[in-house]
Design a protein. Structure first.
Length: 345
């Protein structure tokens, strides 16, 4: 780690560049950006990916850029590409537009969280010799949010790890990822490439973390870095929590099983019978979510549509991996640099 000075503080932390993806949630985004301004030490820079929002998101990002003492970059996409496409564009923008010493680590997050003021100081000592690091999150009720999983390759799904995973130390080795708070090593991002935008939402971060873990450590650290602010209904099942969802998410949970299978095949870790069991368990979990959390059954149709649409992905002879291998070409997006003297000149 290097010592950063001046407005960034003299605390010994690596240069961390935030990547925030947003779509039509300017109120949440405003709260997040206000919390970013309160980070001590400050980040080295921020990239906001606007997924073609139709609200006042451009005004919110412009006000943030004017107030920020660090570089701010806005990637406004021509269409809503989902969280997956947004993080793909954001990671690529940082890799292409910053020097390694200005963005040694990328901190990925959605727009419905706020940062804990001392997050970078708390996580800094753990940002070494790992491909990806995850801090802990508070939920909207200021309770620890449950996220402790490991990937079961035979089933093709993450499974919760019960109990106190930090009883013997502050670091848990895992092999899945979460883009709501992942600290991504720049060198790892350059090797693995940006996330796969074809997922749109769900499964992209889990598979990204799994691919990283094939060659580098992925960790979960007992340090709180984010607080969730969007209220969600949920139930506590003991070994895991289930939050409410949406029909769009349910569709992609099942549809993206096709992409998950193809990545497992590419890594020679695919078992057809095991994956079928994992897909059945995934559907069962979503049915439990519908019945216990949302208390309705109309979401069954998107689950079936998603499973149906996963089949062509499994059979597509032209499918190739977009992460875990040298990056393949994708369409370019428009970029605006704002928030610094150079950007405004």
């Amino acid at each position: 780690m290097t010592e950063r000075t001046g407005h960034e503080t003299a605390t010994t932390v690596p240069a961390v560049h935030l990547v925030i993806v947003t779509f039509n949630r300017s109120d949440y985004l405003r709260g997040l950006l206000d919390s970013v301004l309160a980070l001590a030490p400050a980040p080295a820079g921020v990239t906001v990916v606007d997924n073609a929002s139709t609200d006042d998101t451009p005004e919110v990002t412009a006000a943030f850029a004017a107030a920020a003492p660090f570089p701010v970059r806005v990637e406004r996409l021509p269409v809503n590409s989902g969280g997956s496409g947004g993080f793909r564009a954001g990671v690529r923008a940082v890799l292409d537009g910053t020097a390694p010493q200005d963005a040694a680590w990328l901190w990925l997050m959605d727009d419905d969280v706020v940062t804990v003021p001392d997050a970078l100081a708390a996580i800094g000592p753990f940002l070494a010799d790992a491909g990806a690091v995850h801090g802990r999150r508070w939920d909207e009720e200021d309770k620890p949010f449950f996220w402790q999983n490991r990937f079961h390759a035979w089933l093709g799904i993450p499974l919760p790890v019960p109990g106190d995973v930090f009883r013997s130390g502050p670091v848990m080795r895992t092999d899945v990822g979460c883009f709501e708070g992942m600290f991504l090593n720049r060198r790892t991002a350059e090797r693995v490439g940006p996330p796969d935008g074809r997922f749109f939402i769900t499964w992209d971060d889990a598979m990204y973390g799994w691919l990283i873990s094939r060659t580098e450590p992925v960790t979960y650290v007992d340090r709180f870095v984010l607080r969730k602010v969007r209220p969600q209904r949920h139930v506590d099942l003991g070994v895991r929590h289930l939050n409410d969802s949406s029909d769009l998410s349910r569709y992609h949970v099942m549809r993206n099983r096709g992409h998950v299978a193809r990545y497992l095949q590419a890594e020679q870790a695919y078992s057809r019978p095991g994956f079928a069991v994992g897909t059945a368990l995934t559907a069962a979990k979503e049915l439990v979510r519908l019945l216990l959390v949302e208390r309705r059954v109309r979401g069954v149709v998107p689950l079936w549509r998603g499973w149906r649409d996963s089949r062509p992905i499994l059979r597509d002879p032209a499918w190739t991996p977009e992460m875990g291998t040298p990056e393949m070409g994708t369409p370019q997006t428009g970029t605006t640099d704002i928030g610094t003297a150079e950007g405004n000149a």
